[in-house]
Ligand binder design. Sequence first.
Ligand code: SF4
Length: 62
Amino acid sequence: MIAEVNKDECIGCESCPAFCPEVFKMEDDGLAVAYTNPVPAEFEESCKEAVEGCPAHCISLT
Ligand code: SF4
């Protein structure tokens, strides 16, 4: 599973690293990035929660 943040739509709310810090982090530009790909199996559930919790709906899982 690959997680990607569409930075054009990210509003920098810091929600995704709160749900799943193993996969998402905030960068110096104030926007999130998915930095652990492919997503390790043990983090898939929390990663999906991060996707569902994203208010901008800008995280994709493939
Ligand atoms: S939850 Fe969505 S809008 Fe918020 S920082 Fe993460 S990617 Fe950006």
